[in-house]
Ligand binder design. Structure first.
Ligand code: MEV
Length: 426
């Protein structure tokens, strides 16, 4: 007899207690007692907090937090927490930091802390007139926006600018209003979305059109973080290494296939700090990739040059919508700890540090790619994962990893066989 397929129609699931949800999911998926206990173990994020952060929560997944050492940013030494599941990512930043530390490290700056929200207006016969009619209302728009968030105004933020664009689309012309708002130490999504929703009916009334979407843009190009750093040619292993790194950079600059990987490496660093500080990784990632394609062709986010003295100079500039207040940054105990560890007092400082880690990551990736290749270092760390997958515990993990690397075969079948041998010999 066929067993009935369990149904995913769990009505009211989100309203149940976490324990009840775990029960239902366990029944559905046939989870055993140990697996149920794993779900109930929420680690360093208490279940009650986790349950308020997202909907339908049933458990947490712990991601390791490492610390990038050797980082000197804007004349200050910082230890940078990085949440990542990928091996070698933290070590890469430490190496890059060490190689520029004596030369002063990283210098950062920001274009500001302004976010953009968009209001989409359609069904307009005369979009160019509508655009001007909206621009004429800037004072009313400022008042409507600022009224939404008195606390933000008190903190020195609020409406700053208005932009109205007419775009062509497959549904005809659309009039897109951008409100530009200084959200200070908040990432600002809530603040600007509230303003956009409040303002939309007025825009419809002033123009006779209909408003639809009212939402922030993740292409936060009024909130650019910038970092620059010079690596002395002797610190990086000489002119040949430097020139190899320049070739690697020019490859990324010229080819979107390579640029995607190059930028992925940058985001290895950036997302890890964004995540550790409880910020929105997807917002930063979307902004970064959109910015990388802003001139119509996807390209490298970093730029590299050789200075007159022959040193390697790198810069990175990208949208960096991160905050110190709101969401998980304030609620998640590990995020709060991470911010304390960084000793930052403003979102701008945090954005600078994150961007410095991105540049460091790219430096390290280019250097390793232009010299030994990634697999040597990667395999050494990967061997530890394989050793654990094969069942190694405690001191066995290191011992087995060493055997795997020495044999040049970092594979699960080899690990299982070698673990048997190690145990027999013990
Ligand atoms: C791996 O996660 C990141 C790299 O592929 C980045 C790059 O190729 O520049 C090493």
């Amino acid at each position: 007899m066929n067993q009935a397929t369990p149904s995913s129609r769990l009505t009211g699931f989100h309203k149940q207690s976490v324990a009840d949800r775990i029960g239902q999911v366990s029944d559905f998926a046939g989870l055993n007692a140990e697996e149920r206990a794993l779900l109930a173990n929420t680690g360093n994020l208490p279940q009650d907090l986790a349950n308020h952060l997202i909907d339908s929560m049933i458990g947490n997944i712990n991601i390791p937090v490492g610390v990038a050492t050797n980082m000197r940013i804007d004349g200050r030494d910082v230890l940078v927490p990085m949440a990542t599941e990928e091996s070698s990512v933290v070590a890469a930043v430490c190496n890059a930091g060490r190689q520029c530390y004596d030369n002063g490290g990283f210098i950062t700056s920001m274009s500001g802390t302004r976010m953009i929200a968009q209001i989409q207006l359609v069904d307009i016969a005369d979009p160019e007139h509508a655009r001007i009619r909206i621009l004429e209302r800037v004072d009313e728009i400022r008042a409507i926006c600022d009224e939404c968030d008195p606390i933000l105004i008190k903190l020195g933020g609020g409406f700053r600018d208005l932009e109205v664009r007419v775009i062509d689309s497959r549904s005809g012309p659309m009039v897109i209003t951008h409100i530009i708002v200084d959200t200070r130490d908040a990432m600002g999504a809530n603040a600007v979305n509230t303003m956009a929703e409040k303002l939309a009916p007025s825009i419809a009334a002033w123009t006779g059109g209909r408003t639809y979407l009212r939402i922030l843009s993740n292409l936060a190009d009024r909130r650019l973080a910038r970092v620059r750093c010079v690596w002395p040619v002797e610190a990086i292993g000489g002119a040949e290494v430097r020139d190899g790194m320049m070739l690697a950079y020019h490859f990324a600059e010229a080819d979107p296939y390579r640029a995607a990987t190059h930028n992925k490496g940058i985001m290895n660093g950036i997302s890890a700090v964004v995540m550790a500080t409880g910020n929105d990784t997807r917002a930063v990632e979307a902004g970064a990739h959109a910015y990388a394609a802003r001139n119509g062709r996807y390209t490298s986010l970093t730029k590299w040059e050789v200075t007159a003295e022959g040193h390697l100079a790198g810069v990175l500039e990208l949208p960096m919508a991160v905050g110190l207040v709101g969401g998980a940054t304030k609620v998640h105990p590990m995020a709060r700890l991470a911010l304390k560890m960084l000793g930052v007092t403003s979102a701008e400082q945090l954005a600078g540090i994150i961007t410095a880690v991105g540049l460091a990551q790219n430096f390290a990736a280019l250097r390793v790619l232009a010299t030994t290749g990634v697999q040597k270092g990667h395999m050494a760390l990967h061997a530890h994962n394989i050793a654990m997958m094969a069942g190694a515990v405690g001191g066995e993990v290191d011992a087995l990893a060493k055997v795997l690397v020495a044999g040049g075969k970092v594979r699960i079948d080899v690990a299982e066989a070698e673990l048997k041998k190690l145990r027999a010999a013990a």
